[in-house]
Ligand binder design. Structure first.
Ligand SMILES: [Zn+2]
Length: 498
């Protein structure tokens, strides 16, 4: 555009011999308004145009935080597609921050653009790096806010963090090529995500790469695995395979529920759920279908697990996957009950109510998990903690009734005698179905995290075998320079807490 094209004298010559190329129509007022709004969204604010908060915190740079483009659910849920999200903390090239780092070797670090934002093309490794980072970051932030909102100021450490070890969680979006899984590893301090070509797609060189499923592209799977890392930082003994089945169920359920709560921490997702279900949460939606693309790739018609289920504890046995669905389903039902109770379309928008109710419930669940025993926690422990906290928070008695009734319906707790105020006035509910003494977890249908050898004390088993061999050699005259056999062939995990 030539300088002066918008000047009045140029416009005044429209009827003369002015060449058409200089014709610039006068922008309308609505256009100016729209253009101004778009500029505010697209550009970092100019130095000096700081809001009150940043003015009070001059040490922070202006335009703090980063905008990212990410999947709302995963690439298969085309209807809701991608979203642009704002991450309020500092994000450096990678992306990385103080708590989350990109794995190396891996995807080349993604550089922020001139505005400090990470906006890349979907279906590329760079997009995968940004999306995965963003979901991990949002999950951690969601729970930090939940605690802070309840007056608990704690950073939610990773399991390995100490005063001397503040290593971040390392994220490998393409960390498991041709593996149909994803996991959180404590010993590697990382999350790794697999990619695979689903069964039924022609194998070999002609296999269409476009059919490849990347688990890191699933909002739900990334949130689920991050939840394992968050909970392991709080309750390191819960992830061990020799814990009771219900303890394992809590880990898996927390993963699935985190995916649901993270979706509902975003207003546009709440609006989508309300519109799709007409505010009836037991209607079939993307919300209760966890990990759509991953589930379909495995041959299912819905997601990997279905949160809106009717399983009872008596039906689940020792299968941690099934047991987890009992807990997930009960919490989902409590969410639906609380939402139906709070909903008042005459007074408030349903999406706003859902956002608020889910926000309270996720904090309630996290606080109840923190308050549960460090070892061998069962569902009834968490339920009783939830009941204690809703009373402490001054919530209406009906909140306690929702929790009590939904968990009683699933054989987790004994229903109190008719008319009893048990557990509302502080009395503890009793378990109905318990893990059998010495019951061992069946983790076969669980995610990759639950199947890692590091949580099965495999290193200790191998060490014991090696020591027995060394003792036999010593007893039979096969003496060497060192009577201790070398360690196991597999990398030994860090000493496990017990
Ligand atoms: Zn899991």
């Amino acid at each position: 555009m030539e300088p002066g094209a918008l000047l009045p004298d140029a416009l005044a010559t429209l009827d003369s011999e002015q060449p058409p190329v200089r014709f610039i129509p006068t922008p309308s007022a609505p256009y100016f308004q729209q253009h101004r709004a778009a500029r505010l969204l697209e550009q970092a604010s100019a130095p000096g145009h700081v809001d009150e908060m940043s003015a009070e915190a001059p040490s922070l740079p202006h335009a703090f935080g980063a905008r990212v483009l990410m999947w709302k659910q995963d690439p298969s849920v085309g209807e809701i597609g991608t979203r642009r999200a704002y991450l309020p903390g500092p994000v450096l090239a990678g992306p990385r921050d103080a708590r989350i780092a990109p794995g190396s070797p891996g995807i080349d670090p993604v550089e922020p653009n001139a505005f400090g934002d990470f906006v890349t093309q979907p279906d590329t490794p760079q997009f995968d790096a940004v999306h995965t980072f963003a979901v991990v970051r949002q999950t951690l932030t969601m729970y930090q806010r939940a605690l802070l909102g309840a007056g608990v100021d704690m950073p939610l450490p990773w399991q390995w963090n100490t005063s001397m070890d503040t290593r971040p969680l390392t994220v490998f979006p393409h960390g498991l090529p041709n593996v149909m899984n994803a996991f959180y590893s404590r010993t590697q301090a990382c999350l790794k995500f697999g990619d695979f070509i689903p069964n039924g797609v022609t194998a070999g060189a002609s296999a269409p790469e476009s059919a490849r499923v990347y688990t890191c592209r699933s909002f739900d799977i990334v949130a689920h695995e991050t939840a394992h890392a968050v909970l392991d930082g709080l309750k390191p003994l819960w992830l061990q395979a020799d814990a009771p089945p219900q303890t394992g169920g809590l880990h898996e359920a927390f993963g699935d529920l985190t995916a649901i709560f993270l979706a509902l921490s975003q207003l546009d997702q709440c609006e989508a759920v309300i519109a799709q279900t007409k505010a009836h949460l037991h209607d079939q939606t993307f919300l209760s279908d966890i990990a759509e693309q991953f589930g379909m790739a495995l041959g299912g018609t819905t997601g990997l697990r279905n949160a809106d289920n009717d399983l009872t504890l008596g039906q689940a046995g020792t299968q941690v996957h099934a047991i987890s669905q009992v807990f997930t389903g009960a919490i989902y039902d409590v969410l639906a009950d609380m939402f139906a109770h709070e909903r008042n379309p005459a007074l408030d928008d349903c999406a706003a109510v859902l956002h608020r109710v889910a926000g309270y419930l996720r904090g309630l669940l996290l606080r109840a998990l923190i308050g549960a025993p460090e070892r061998a926690a069962s569902y009834v422990d968490v339920v009783n903690e939830m009941l204690r906290i809703v009373a402490e928070d001054g919530k209406p008695d009906i909140y306690a009734a929702f929790i009590r009734n939904q968990f009683a319906r699933r054989d987790v707790v004994e229903p109190p005698p008719h008319g009893s105020a048990a557990a509302i006035g502080g009395e503890q509910l009793l378990p109905k179905v318990c893990d059998a003494p010495g019951a061992r977890q069946d983790r076969r249908a669980c995610c990759g995290t639950m199947n890692l050898p590091e949580y099965r004390k495999v290193g200790l088993v191998l060490d014991r075998e090696a020591q027995a061999l060394a003792q036999w050699c010593a007893a039979n005259g096969r003496l060497g320079e060192c009577t201790l056999a070398p360690g196991p062939a597999t990398p030994a995990p860090r000493p496990e807490q017990s």
